[in-house]
Design a protein around this ligand. Structure first.
Ligand code: IPE
Ligand code: IPE
Ligand code: MG
Length: 241
């Protein structure tokens, strides 16, 4: 395995953390233990990204579609999220991680929103890795919400015409500071986007792995980055090398 300084480090990595349920089922455990193990995997990935100089890591944590899961599963995911926010806060601060969130955040229970707001504000001045949690997030919802925002701005006289360029449209997204995704990783074996970062992933390199999310650790991340490093990104142009 090449070391980090021999690799091309993506600026923005996005992860679809799939396979927690199957990880638990394979072991005869309840799904929530799979999710709990998933938090540990995310902790290791966050730490590694910070160490190797990734600037943005966006983690698909809960989708707009996930609200269709049984109430008990949703509740245990929300509790786990709240607990993780609390327990990880000190380490995130120590590691200079800035936490951000995208999605229909007001759909989350108020007690989760409150903890999330605290974490975001406590880490606001950090200058290392930007960790963005996608919560109640859907790529289509984000585009619709951008249109709604443009309409509201226009109605209140703060916008005098519709956005005309990609840059202007980007300003209306949940977090205009998120750069384009360079590497999009999906664990768990499915080969689909499941409505994640549709706008931002337009030219992302896609990497699908059979590894279930709880087993996706430093070694698997470095292998994914090594794969990314070997790819030639042409962005529609002709290779000039
Ligand atoms: C991903 O794991 C975590 C969330 C969607 C919250 P899953 O819960 O989808 O796990 P599988 O796909 O059932 O194995
Ligand atoms: C995608 O996983 C959403 C998250 C990882 C949060 P899902 O398990 O919800 O996706 P599908 O149902 O396989 O498309
Ligand atoms: Mg799944």
């Amino acid at each position: 395995m090449p070391s980090a300084n021999e690799l091309k480090i993506p600026v923005h990595i996005a992860v679809i953390m799939d396979g927690n349920g199957r990880w638990a089922r394979q072991r005869g455990l309840p799904r929530q233990l799979g999710h709990r193990q998933g938090v540990k995997a995310l902790r290791e990935i966050v730490r590694t990204c910070g160490e190797i100089g990734v600037k943005f890591l966006t983690a698909f944590t809960f989708s707009t579609e996930n609200w269709q899961r049984p109430a008990q599963e949703i509740e245990s995911l929300m509790k786990l999220l709240a607990r993780a926010i609390e327990q990880e806060q000190a380490e995130l601060i120590k590691n200079n991680v800035r936490v951000r969130a995208i999605g229909r955040l007001t759909d989350l229970p108020e007690w989760v929103q409150k903890k999330l707001r605290t974490l975001i504000s406590e880490t606001k001045t950090n200058t290392g890795l930007n960790l963005t949690l996608a919560l109640s997030y859907g790529g289509r919802a984000e585009i619709i919400d951008a249109l709604k925002k443009a309409y509201a701005l226009w109605r209140s006289g703060r916008l005098n015409r519709p956005p005309r360029t990609e840059e202007e449209f980007t300003q209306l997204l949940y977090d205009p500071e998120l750069p384009p995704v360079d590497l999009l990783i999906r664990t768990g074996g499915e080969q689909r986007i499941s409505n994640f970062l549709l706008w931002q992933s337009a030219y992302a390199e896609l990497l699908f792995t059979e590894t279930l999310w709880p087993d996706f650790r430093r070694e698997q991340l470095m292998a994914a980055i090594a794969d990314f490093s070997r790819r030639q990104r042409r962005f529609g142009r002709i290779d000039e090398k």
